[in-house]
Ligand binder design. Structure first.
Ligand code: IPE
Ligand code: IPE
Ligand code: MG
Length: 252
């Protein structure tokens, strides 16, 4: 079998991860701990996003993917959902010019059809405006679910090959929402929970996982460096033995 995905090549962990994917969790608990409304935590969370994006640009990370709103988050109280939507709109309005100036390409992935048309338009404009930037690709996963992603990819793959019933992994991968990026090297979840919560399911197959108790609003460049340092001590084997990995490293 010939595979092109990073599941088969061995990226050097000694260097900076090419792609970092983060579940930004703990905003509500951060606020509650301070006797503030949950929404205050989301507001503070936006500041942490700014800090971590800057740190990624600075450290030379090429792809940063942030889980902002899951397909399950609609289950939250209506006021919280609508505040999150408003925060998303303001953040786009305020930050896109600066992102563009800093060479950041913005992508928003997920089922966007459920969003307000005004928000959909803002997203489309921001993506178009920053499309040719190459310093960092920042992906915001909004109304995203890993199962949704796999299903929409399967649908597209089947439609593209009428009458066929046999397919390979290589044929599915290009239809996934983040086909433009390599699979994440490092996954971070803040806020203490140790689960994937329907984030990138297909793409995380061989990603190194890092969990921290730090609530997202307290996460910053220094905390990111700690996660990267932990990553750099891992040995990524992709099914091989440790000896094989060491041999391959020597040969390259
Ligand atoms: C993550 O923080 C932000 C979103 C899911 C939008 P939470 O709001 O889940 O914070 P906790 O987990 O309740 O503390
Ligand atoms: C995951 O956080 C989704 C985002 C950070 C956007 P949740 O707080 O919604 O996850 P669960 O419900 O605790 O698994
Ligand atoms: Mg949470």
């Amino acid at each position: 079998m010939s595979h092109q995905s990073s599941t088969q090549t061995i990226p050097d962990v000694a260097s900076i991860p090419r792609h970092i994917a983060i579940i930004m969790d703990g905003n509500g608990r951060w606020a509650t701990q301070r006797f503030l409304p949950r929404v205050a935590g989301h507001g503070k969370g936006v500041e942490a996003v700014r800090d971590v994006v800057e740190a990624c640009v600075d450290r030379g990370v090429q792809y940063l993917t942030l889980f902002a709103f899951s397909s399950e988050n609609w289950r939250r109280p209506a006021e919280e959902v609508s505040l999150l939507m408003r925060l998303f709109v303001t953040a786009l309005e305020r930050e896109v010019a600066k992102m563009h100036a800093n060479g950041i390409r913005l992508k928003v992935v997920g089922d966007l059809t459920r969003f307000d048309p005004k928000l959909q338009q803002l997203i489309a404009l921001a993506e178009r405006r920053t499309a040719n930037n190459t310093r960092l690709t920042l992906t915001i996963c909004a109304n995203y679910g890993g199962r949704w992603d796999i299903m929409q990819a399967v649908r597209k793959m089947v439609v593209a090959a009428p009458g066929r019933s046999e397919f390979t992994e290589e044929e599915l991968a290009p239809h996934l929402a983040m086909a433009y990026a390599p699979e994440p090297d490092l996954f971070i979840r803040t806020g203490g929970e140790e689960r994937i919560s329907n984030f990138l399911l297909w793409q995380l197959a061989y990603t190194e996982l890092y969990f921290t108790d730090t609530y997202w609003p307290d996460f910053n460049g220094a905390a990111l460096d700690e996660a990267i340092a932990s990553y750099q001590h891992r040995e990524r084997r992709f099914g091989r033995t440790s000896e094989q990995v060491v041999e391959q490293k020597k040969a390259s």
